[in-house]
Design a protein around this ligand. Structure first.
Ligand code: CP
Length: 332
């Protein structure tokens, strides 16, 4: 015998997500190559779905939204967070993964081209996630693939899914983006995450400070683009003048792998380290973010500060990537 439970008291047993195929949605079957594809309406959609994904993972862990779907996770460059979170995202949605994290053990080592590799993988999978050292590689792969390609970082170009999870972190942690001051610190020249994030932030009413050594400045084309879009920006060499007004301190690693000259890297390798002492002048209600991996730019002692959001940020990436996979595969 089953006990009758009035409708108002029933707990949802299934995901509070619009199940079934949604081929009328804007991202169904689409590649995700650049943050330029996301206006504020699209961002709100991603964040709404990501928030639901977070609730579902907290409530049931794994569910079958993408059961039967296969992701090819193709990484030509090292990755821990992006590759593992896409893998976890697909598995938490009930799908499965072909993981190629070591292309030297694939036919790439025999000289296979990127277009041939993606044509091969799309024969087996429904969606391809690609990280590659060359700018434009994801667009090249997408040109040759019939299935959706998601850019997981193309050299010093873009890392759109990181920028989306960065913005989602700000929304989840601070409740809004408009009105905030974001300070980007470190390697703003080679750090692709800051390039993508700055361009996404340009859709909001924000102020952006760039703090870096002279040789690692934010590229002029990005500063120029944001200027044309009316974003208030300023560049400085030291963090102190910007810290007191900062709501989001976005710290980046100096990208050793992008330097041709080891001496040039050594000259800026330890240019900034955020310590508990640095943060004494920061607001109580602010967050410290970092795309990770960290080397020496944030002292380990900062990890215990509640404002240190970088490990939470990494977790938000799982929910954003679940949302993106569900979107391009026509489920939300
Ligand atoms: N943030 C980021 O892209 O980390 P991984 O290089 O570990 O994927």
């Amino acid at each position: 015998m089953t006990t009758y439970i009035p409708p108002g008291k029933r707990r949802p047993q299934s995901p509070h997500l619009p199940f079934g195929d949604r081929r009328d949605t804007p991202f169904y079957g689409k590649d995700i190559l650049s943050v330029d594809q996301f206006d504020r309406t699209a961002l709100e959609h991603v964040f709404g779905v990501a928030h639901q994904m977070r609730e579902m993972v907290e409530r049931v862990g794994t569910f079958d939204l993408l059961k039967g779907k296969i992701l090819a996770n193709l990484f030509y460059e090292p990755s821990t967070r992006t590759s593992s979170s896409f893998l976890a995202a697909m598995e938490r949605l009930g799908g499965s993964v072909i993981a190629i994290n070591e292309v030297r053990y694939s036919s790439v080592a025999k000289g296979e081209s990127l277009p041939d590799t993606v044509r091969t993988l799309e024969a087996y999978a429904d969606v391809i996630v690609l990280r590659h050292p060359e700018v434009g590689s994801a667009a090249l792969a997408a040109k040759h693939a019939r299935k959706p390609v998601i850019n997981a970082g193309d050299g010093i170009g873009e890392h759109p899914t990181q920028a989306l999870l960065d913005l989602f972190t700000i929304v989840e942690e601070l409740g809004q983006v408009d009105g905030l001051t974001v300070t980007m610190l470190g390697d703003l020249k080679y750090g692709r995450t800051v390039h993508s994030l700055a361009r996404l932030l340009a859709q909001y009413d924000v102020r952006i400070n760039y703090v870096s050594p002279e040789t690692l400045r934010m590229p002029e084309p990005i500063i120029g683009e944001l200027e044309r879009r009316g974003v208030k920006q300023r560049s400085c060499n030291a963090l102190e003048p910007a810290l007191e007004e900062t709501d989001v301190l976005y710290v980046t690693r100096v990208q050793k792998e992008r330097f041709g000259d080891p001496a040039a890297y050594e000259s800026v390798a330890n240019c900034y380290t955020v310590t508990p002492d640095t943060l004494r002048r920061a607001k109580d209600r602010m967050i410290i973010m970092h795309p990770l991996p960290r080397v020496s730019e944030i002292a380990l002692e900062v990890d215990d500060d509640p404002r240190a959001a970088y490990f939470r940020q990494m977790e938000y990436g799982l929910y954003v990537r679940m949302a993106l996979l569900a979107m391009v595969l026509g489920k939300v």
